[in-house]
Design a protein around this ligand. Structure first.
Ligand code: ADP
Length: 226
């Protein structure tokens, strides 16, 4: 599904974020990317969302070179990807229901579709009783579950979660990971970045370890060795 071919990202002479990365992520995988701060994890994610461009090499989404797309095609590609971040990025002046409805409106969904789908997705993330709450009335774990609901509402093929448990206590982190696992079990590819060893061990799937812009390990069985 995603193919990095010899990707390097040089921000400046002293700041090289990715060095000659080759990485294939298959459809249906749950891939965790681990490594110390500054290892290049976020830059790797930004390459898939085309928030940053490679200095060398190419990134493919299926057969499409992401960084050769024009604006319109890029918008269409981004619709196929759901993204979740450490800082939630919810709309603070909208309720849980409205945060999700807004994402559906942006994707051209009808009022009927919104009225029927929003309660279902809130149920899936165990927030059915919080639909009229604003983000400031929700815990960190609830906010992240809402962000996941928003990320999946338009049925993306890929979910990218960049440090989604970074602001959460272990219980809430575990719940967020369980939801990502459930989404993966339902067929969506998941790419997760994390520092959290417990999180990785509870997933038990492929782990890529980064150090100084390179991939130094690629383990099939969920090991976190750094
Ligand atoms: P991680 O997500 O693993 O913490 P990052 O991808 O954020 O790592 O950063 C990798 C390296 O690239 C770091 O040395 C960081 O300082 C550098 N870097 C990241 N973004 C920028 C930027 N916009 N400008 C300059 N250097 C950057």
């Amino acid at each position: 599904m995603i193919n990095f071919k010899k990707v390097s990202k040089v921000y400046s002479k002293d700041s090289v974020a990715l060095r000659d990365i080759d990485l294939i992520i298959s459809s249906g995988e749950f891939l965790s990317v681990v490594g110390h701060s500054g290892a290049g994890k976020s830059t790797l994610i930004k390459m898939i969302l085309a928030d940053e461009h490679p200095t060398e090499g190419a990134v493919f989404f299926e057969s499409v070179d992401i960084h050769k797309l024009g604006n319109k095609d890029l918008t269409n590609l981004r619709r196929r990807i759901g993204a979740v971040f450490q800082d939630f990025r919810l709309l603070s002046n909208k309720t849980a229901y409205e945060n999700i409805a807004f994402a559906m409106e942006a994707a051209g969904k009808t009022d009927e579709e919104i009225a029927s789908d929003v309660p279902h997705v809130l149920e899936l993330v165990d927030l059915a009783n919080k639909l009229d709450h604003f983000p400031h009335q929700m815990s960190g774990g609830e906010k992240q579950r809402l962000a996941i609901a928003r990320a999946i509402i338009n049925q993306p093929e890929l979910i990218i979660a960049d440090e989604p448990t970074g602001n959460l206590d272990p219980v809430n982190a575990f719940e967020v990971i369980q939801i990502l696992k459930k989404i993966n079990d339902l067929g969506t590819t998941v790419i997760l970045t994390t520092h959290n060893r417990g999180v990785i061990e509870s997933i038990g799937k492929r782990v890529v370890t980064m150090e100084k812009g390179k991939i130094i390990r690629d383990d099939k069985d969920g090991k976190y060795i750094i």
